[in-house]
Design a protein. Sequence first.
Length: 120
Amino acid sequence: MFSPRHRAYAVGALTTATLFVASLPATALAATESKGGEVTLTPESSKLPGGAALQSLVDGAAAIMLLVCLGALVVAAGMWTVSHHSGNPQQASKGRAGVLIAICAALVITAGPALINFAS
């Protein structure tokens, strides 16, 4: 499947990665452990300086992105409608894809915080 030369490169890269992980200081890994041996993380933006400002910037950016998605949805739906009625199937399929992309992007933007909270 692989030539001997490519296998040697893969073995060398694997050895380098193993040596890198082994050379990490144990104190850096141990500092993240809690009393029970679990690694814990408690993200709180209120403990950072400027956390409220950063949250309002992210909220504003999400609002702008949702407006862009709405504009893209309107343009793509218009393109789909006009090209369908004018008998242009290639442009109609691009308009349909644009509608689906705009809807999926809006769903990802609005569901993002819930997915992150679910994962944490």
